[in-house]
Design a protein around this ligand. Structure first.
Ligand SMILES: Nc1nc2c(ncn2[C@@H]2O[C@H](COP(=O)(O)OP(=O)(O)OP(=O)(O)O)[C@@H](O)[C@H]2O)c(=O)[nH]1
Ligand SMILES: [Mg+2]
Length: 318
């Protein structure tokens, strides 16, 4: 058993091991999480969450690392949550990201953590917001969430950030891939990275065209800018930081930040509730009540809707 108040107090002091421990509790779906989240709740809300998404290999981690450098130079404490769709739910840093982030490894003002999507009942949609809460409560001013733009929950996590940056790179069909993945609807900022390669201008034009097609904006609406970057050389990163600032200011002015955070919390609550219900339903598998209802449906004595209603009603007393 973990001494939660003690651990939270240490995390609040910015001790990296306490922060890591709390995120491990999230990853392990610890029964103590309820207590952890109750203790963290009054400490959250101070961090600004920036989502970065895009196709595999467009330069998200390189950009994230460059953003860390920029925000550190501005004296901010920074948290990084890198979400990886393929690796096991290990909690360790990914090899490639470890290399790209290595310059920040010894900086006590930076927390870097990677999480994988598999291996948990509620999945990433359940775990990521809670990991963000830990980083927020630990005093991070800025939290960068890198998710690869494939898969619904990865895309959603980026979309639920305060500001969502979508990265593309020049190359055949990247824009089309982005459209397929649904990431052309979610960007508050678009950046064509690897602008040192041929085709960056064409990619930016294509993107501009594709964004224009779906446009139904009013005069006061936010217009997502399209930037060009060479993240590997840090070029265009200041412009990205400036665009985030501008988006933030726009949201403040329009009450959009509060609305977005309410939407994010609603999604978080819903995921926790649905996961809890699914766990309870799974516990019913093979139990006599469900078996009895199923037998009734097979025999034609019950219809499946009526049986499901009975099952849901029984959860209330369970
Ligand atoms: N030429 C060029 N290469 C870049 C640039 N930015 C990143 N790269 C390279 O592109 C490769 C992928 O970069 P990452 O930052 O790991 O990309 P990612 O989007 O995080 O990749 P995944 O997390 O695997 O989806 C690396 O070899 C980088 O060095 C750039 O501006 N120009
Ligand atoms: Mg990466």
């Amino acid at each position: 058993m973990v001494d939660v108040p003690e651990l939270v107090a240490r995390a609040r002091e910015g001790r990296p091991r306490a922060v890591a421990r709390l995120i491990s509790l999230v990853e392990g779906a610890s029964p103590q999480l309820r207590e952890v989240m109750a203790a963290l709740a009054p400490l959250t809300g101070g961090a600004y969450v920036i989502g970065l998404t895009g196709s595999p290999g467009v330069g998200k981690s390189t950009t994230t690392s460059a953003l860390v450098t920029a925000y550190r130079a501005a004296g901010k404490r920074v948290g990084v949550l890198a979400v990886d769709p393929s690796s096991p739910f290990s909690g360790g840093a990914l090899l490639g990201d470890r290399v790209r982030m290595s310059e920040h490894a010894s900086d006590p003002g930076v927390y870097i953590r990677s999480m994988a999507t598999r291996g948990h009942l509620g999945g990433l949609a359940w775990a990521a917001p809670q990991a963000i809460r830990v980083l927020d409560a630990a005093g991070c001013d800025v939290i960068l969430v890198e998710t690869v733009g494939v898969g619904q929950s990865e895309v959603e996590i980026a979309a639920q950030a305060d500001t969502c940056a979508v990265l593309l790179a020049p190359g055949m069909g990247d824009g089309i891939q982005a459209a397929k993945a649904g990431i052309l609807e979610i960007g508050d900022i678009y950046a064509v990275n690897k602008a040192d390669r041929d085709g960056a201008d064409a990619a930016a034009r294509e993107l501009n065209h594709m964004l224009g097609l779906g446009e139904a904006r009013g005069p006061g609406d936010w217009r997502p800018p399209i930037l060009k970057m060479v993240a590997a050389r840090g070029e265009g990163v200041d412009e990205l930081v400036a665009a985030v600032e501008k988006h933030r200011a726009w949201m403040d002015e329009h009450g959009a930040l509060a609305a977005r955070r309410v939407r994010r919390a609603a999604a978080e609550i819903e995921t926790i509730a649905v996961t809890a219900l699914r766990t309870r339903l799974a516990d019913l598998h093979g139990n006599d009540h469900l078996a009895g209802l199923a037998a009734g449906v097979v025999a034609g004595e019950l219809d499946p809707y009526g049986a499901a209603d009975t099952l849901i009603a029984s959860l209330k007393d369970a």
